[in-house]
Each structure stands twice: as structure tokens, then as C-alpha cells.
Design a protein around this ligand. Structure first.
Ligand code: PAP
Length: 319
């Protein structure tokens, strides 16, 4: 890990000295605090780390990339709504999810607030409780997030499905009219940890360990559990956030509003951008558990299993 000062100005000055790499032959990335970022995101991340003041009633969602962030944002938004209205029958137009992408309402702090001079959310004036998200690793979170009473919900996903989701996402984002990036190279890159917000394994383990130490502070959920027991998990998230559902009808309603099929087919998610240059539609694909079986060779599967055995399983984490 780099032993560099985290003051934003020092970080900016030392940007050129940070280790650099090329991600998938498309993007330059650099390593800060042990993780890989686009260079333009390092200063915003450092500002977040040093300036952000958490409030006790904040709810912070956290994840590395392609592990279910969009789903968690939509679900949390519905859970945090003051009164759990029921929308399933006729009031589609009242549902804020039909008006903007979940990424608009639950901004990723480092990339949507501190990286622009004109963020659409003003952290100081946003009414409480604030619902925010970060892709940053646990060690980089501001002290106020770690030490205040604010709650963190982290979503993790099976690494093989994560890599396949990443592969589709970056191919569609950067590979227009080109051959997809070779999957074996994408798997090598994922396993080496030299990719955006990587290494995946360290990112997940840090939050996992912290959630074990402080279960009232950090709720660690798995994408696969959300798929296999959506009612149970969503009720658990709501209770953790201090907003339990009144009855099963409310749970069903939230799950319906946030279902992949529904969100994917809303006009607002079929068109436009919330975070340029990422089209809103690129956040929604298949949403299946085990899709990796359609793509990975036995060698690639073993390559990822091996690193999971080394980096996750000794901590009691099985993804
Ligand atoms: P991000 O890190 O760029 O924000 P993120 O939302 O974490 O992306 O991941 C996208 C994955 O979540 C996609 O998985 P796939 O490639 O395996 O299909 C996407 O389909 C899935 N996803 C998005 N919304 C939902 C949803 N409402 N329910 C289930 N899965 C979803």
C-alpha cells in the first residue's frame, strides 16, 4: 500500500508518482491506497475522504463494481421513502423510479458529487436522512463514516458472475464495432486485481471483516441471497435501516418496483445518461446467478476459484 498523504492537494501533486497501469488496453489507471482508479477520480476520492462529514442518520451503500449496486440503490430508495406507498396497481406515475435512474437519486459520492463542480445533489442541503453510495474500499472511507452511527450496507457478488458482468459492461461501453476484449485476458486482469476499483477480493474482504466485527454498523449482503430469498433479505435491509415494513404487501411491492424486468423497461432507464459516458441502459442486463457458466472455460473457472480459496475462504467468506 502507498504511504502517501491523503490530503487532496498532496494527492494531486503526487498523482504522477502513483503506480500506473493500462486497463484492458482502453484506460489508464493508477493505484492509490492499494486500489486502482481512473486518475481523474483520485482527487475526488481524496476530497471525500478528508472533507465528508457523515451524519448519524446517513445510510451509505457500498460495493465494488458490477455486484448489484443498481438493484441495491433502487431497493434502498424504496425502503427509505417515508411512507411505503403501494404502487403495483395503478400509481405507476407516482413512482420516482419512473422519473430518473436509481443512480440519480442515490449518487456515488466520489464520482457524482466530488468530481464535478455542479453536482445535482448538495450534500449540505439534502434533507435527512441522506442515502448515498460509494465504490471506495473500506480503508479509504472518511473517519466520520467509520466512527459515526451512520449505517453501511455492502453488496457482494460471486466473483465469476462479477467478471462476466464487467466483461459485458466494458465491452458495450468501449468496444463499439470492435471485437470483445479477450475473455481470458479479462479474467487474468481481474485475478491480478489491476482493474477499476480492484482488487475485487480485497475490497470485499475488508467490508466483510468489518461487518463481522460491527454487525450493527455494516450489513453485508450477497447478490445471490437477494436473488434466492428476496423477501427475507429486503426485510432484513429495511429493519437494518430502521424502516421495517408493515406487512408482506409492502415487501412484494418494493420487489416488484425494483425488479430487473420492470426497471430495464422503464423509458428512463432505456435512454439517456446519468453518469456520462455510461448509458442508463448499460446497468441492466441479465441479472442471473451462474451466467458465468455460459462463458468461462474450466481453466478460467479454476483460476478464479483458486484465488477465492486463498483470498476469501480463510476469512469464512464464500461467494
Ligand atoms: P455498477 O457497479 O456499474 O453500478 P451494478 O448495478 O453493480 O453496476 O451491476 C450490474 C449488474 O446488476 C448487471 O448484472 P449482469 O451483467 O450479470 O446482468 C445487471 O443486470 C444487474 N442488475 C441491475 N439491476 C438489477 C435488478 N433490479 N435486479 C437484479 N439484477 C440487477
Amino acid at each position: 500500500m502507498q504511504n502517501l498523504s491523503s490530503s487532496p492537494n498532496d494527492v494531486e501533486k503526487s498523482l504522477n508518482d502513483l503506480p500506473k497501469a493500462r486497463f484492458w488496453e482502453i484506460l489508464d489507471i493508477c493505484q492509490w491506497e492499494g486500489f486502482w482508479f481512473e486518475p481523474g477520480l483520485v482527487k475526488p476520492a481524496a476530497i471525500f475522504k478528508s472533507n465528508f462529514q457523515a451524519r448519524d442518520d446517513d445510510v451509505i451503500l457500498a460495493s465494488t463494481i458490477k455486484t448489484g449496486t443498481t438493484w441495491l440503490k433502487a431497493l434502498s430508495l424504496c425502503i427509505m421513502e417515508k411512507d411505503h406507498k403501494t404502487f403495483a396497481n395503478s400509481h405507476n406515475h407516482d413512482d420516482i423510479l419512473t422519473k430518473e435512474s436509481p443512480h440519480y437519486y442515490v449518487p456515488t459520492i466520489e464520482s457524482m458529487i466530488y468530481s464535478t463542480k455542479t453536482p445535482h445533489v448538495d450534500l449540505y442541503y439534502t434533507s435527512a436522512p441522506r442515502l448515498l453510495h460509494t465504490h471506495l474500499p473500506y480503508a479509504v472511507l472518511p473517519d466520520s463514516v467509520r466512527n459515526s452511527a451512520c449505517k453501511i450496507v455492502y453488496i457482494a457478488r460471486n466473483p465469476k458472475d462479477t467478471v462476466i458482468s464487467m466483461w459485458h459492461f466494458f465491452n458495450s461501453l468501449f468496444g463499439r464495432n470492435q471485437e470483445p476484449f479477450p475473455l481470458d485476458k479479462a479474467v487474468d486482469c481481474f485475478c491480478s486485481g489491476v482493474h477499476l476499483y480492484g482488487p475485487f477480493f480485497e475490497h470485499v474482504v475488508e467490508y466483510w471483516q468489518e461487518s463481522q466485527k460491527r454487525p450493527k454498523k455494516i450489513l453485508f449482503i450477497k447478490y445471490e441471497e437477494l436473488k434466492s430469498d428476496p423477501k427475507g433479505l429486503v426485510s432484513k435491509i429495511a429493519e437494518f435501516m430502521g424502516r421495517p415494513f408493515a406487512d408482506e404487501g409492502e415487501v412484494d411491492d418494493v420487489l416488484w418496483r425494483c425488479s430487473l424486468e420492470r426497471l430495464k423497461n422503464l423509458e428512463v432507464n432505456k435512454n439517456g445518461f446519468t453518469v456520462f459516458p455510461v448509458p442508463n441502459k448499460s446497468y441492466f442486463r441479465k441479472g442471473e446467478v451462474g451466467d458465468w457458466k455460459n462463458y468461462l472455460t474450466p481453466q478460467m473457472e479454476e483460476q478464479i476459484n483458486k484465488i477465492s480459496r486463498i483470498k476469501l475462504e480463510p476469512f469464512g467468506l464464500f461467494l
